[in-house]
Design a protein. Sequence first.
Length: 259
Amino acid sequence: MTDVKYPITFTGAGPGDPELITVKGKRSLEEADLVIFAGSLVPEELLVWTREECECLSSASMDLDGMVEKMAEGYRAGKKVVRLHTGDPSLYGAIDEQMRDLDKLDVPYTVIPGVTAAFGAAAAMKMEYTLPEVTQTLILTRAEGRTPVPEGESLDSLASHGASMAIYLSSALAEKVSKQLAAHYGEESTCAVAYRVSQPDEKIIYTTIAKLPETMKNEGIRKTALIIVGKGVGDHNAAKSKLYDATFTHEYRDGVEKV
């Protein structure tokens, strides 16, 4: 026990590349005495930023109670504890339940955001999710599987908007995803599978919605992949933005009519 105590730090690791962690997140690892990392998802390469004497534990085999108690023990001992999550902790990170349990134990915490896989994938694909006059909405979601989704947030319902969509945690449900997307985007629309984004074995695979299940089966992809669909994927004809239009007047520039 010590009088000096530090809040638990929930840190977003980014999509996998150790250099895609934020500067603030990197610093939290460099200063940590104990890191509990999501071992089933966070590559151990991220631990390169920790000190030799830092204790690093995978949470893959831990349940919620055991993980929270380990964090609380570290806090009480005056250790700098980092809970390292893949991507951004706020997205499918199950951090709410951890924080609520820490509240019950009067253990303080802070959160450092991270780069989520959808944005790592867009960078790898050299694409823009929000194209002028084509699509201005990005939906981050997952298909219903063993874990249900709220009524009104089914993939079929969200796909009806025709927006850009990055579908997480649904690789094993490719058949179901394909059918629901086809009803709104069309069977021949291009979609992408972004596998292990930013990591050495990254794959970006383009296919059609109809061929999505076959493609993923042939590639042996059943996890750690995003399914990306929308008018920004593949060939498109987007209007140019007004932001850089020479004829468009805004706060910082007067537009000039073309002669």
